[in-house]
Design a binder for this molecule. Structure first.
Ligand code: HEC
Length: 295
């Protein structure tokens, strides 16, 4: 009996040793492959730093003035190449956004021409946009957009702030749960727009491409640097720098991607507050109801 037990232990020990050894053997090539992967750079070359957004955190709110400036940058610069298909002009006057008055939004709409029709003769025609219209796209279709931009069509910007984020790694992905970090999109866009640098010696940049340390899909992007200092004239005295423009347009794109962020955060806080008070009430109600029952 004792012998079989010790045999069993020995056999288990051998099996354990074998499995550890084989696991090491299997793991070895994997770690070699990982080392190989380390040699190819991770993009973006520079991770976007965490910016102090007004809409970050539990009590975050959009900064109306910033959204208005961001809209101005979009309209004067980005709209030449990028569409914003999911946005209507009426959205500009909605609460929780840039908060233009309805008259202002109407004026904005009328400065755009949209296609309408067909008319009684069966022809399509152009007319000034109305509040109910969506923002018109700068190119008639994807192919035309690509042909005008070195073969890469500028993507639609409506949801861009939700479509991009850079992996943050440990310990951030744990801490982010507690800090409620949700600004990966605007951080990425800001990092991209301020990421144009001189390529280091020995780095070749393909034709029509521009070296950018903030781009998630490589070291060079087909978008020429869209912003330069002093390009957009602000009326509220904010600095007219690439950094400020990028910040404002990133905030604006966060709003287009999540127009109800203000309401979501406000209602979320109210619900949690209500649940805390309700839990207290339930506790005392339970105590009172069961007070005279022996237990
Ligand atoms: C001259 C045309 C042009 C202008 C102006 C322009 N872009 Fe672009 N943009 C492009 C093109 C082309 C691409 C696709 C690049 C690629 O995939 O290599 C692009 C891509 C992007 C991307 C996606 C990057 C990614 O991770 O895939 C973002 C975000 C962006 N642009 C933001 C902006 C903003 C914000 C502005 C205004 C400040 C702007 N762009 C102005 C042409 C332009």
């Amino acid at each position: 009996m004792m012998k079989t037990l010790s045999e069993k232990i020995a056999r288990f020990g051998l099996a354990f040793a074998l499995s550890v050894a084989s696991a090491t053997l299997v793991a070895a090539p994997a770690s070699a492959a990982e080392e190989g992967a380390q040699a190819t750079p991770h993009y973006p070359l520079v991770k976007p730093p965490q910016e102090p957004w007004s809409f970050a955190g539990v009590f975050g709110r959009f900064d109306t003035a910033q959204l208005q400036r961001g809209y101005q940058v979009y309209k004067e610069v980005c709209a030449a190449c990028h569409s914003m298909d999911l946005m209507s002009f009426r959205n500009l006057a909605q609460p929780g956004g840039p908060h233009f008055t309805e008259a202002q939004a109407k004026t904005v709409a009328e400065s755009f021409q949209v296609q309408d029709g067909p008319n009684d003769e069966g022809d399509m025609f152009e007319r000034p946009a109305r509040l109910s219209d969506r923002f018109p796209a700068p190119f008639p279709n994807h192919q035309a957009a690509a042909a005008a931009n070195n073969g890469k069509a500028p993507p639609d910007l409506s949801l861009m702030a939700k479509a991009r984020a850079v992996e943050r790694g440990f310990p951030w992905f744990v801490l982010d749960i507690f800090t409620q970090y949700q600004e990966g999109g605007p951080d990425y866009i800001h990092g991209l727009l301020t990421g144009y640098k001189e390529p280091p010696a020995g780095t070749e940049v393909g034709p029509g491409l521009h070296y950018n340390v903030g781009f998630a899909s490589g070291s060079a992007i087909a978008m020429a640097p869209p912003l330069s200092d002093g390009q957009v004239t602000y009326s509220d005295g904010s600095p007219e720098t690439v950094d400020q423009y990028s910040r404002d347009v990133s905030a604006f794109l966060m709003w287009t991607a999540e127009p109800h962020l203000d309401a979501r955060k406000r209602i979320g806080f109210q619900v949690i507050l209500f649940l805390i008070v309700f839990a207290g009430l339930l506790y005392f109600a339970k105590k009172k109801i069961w007070a005279r029952v022996a237990h």
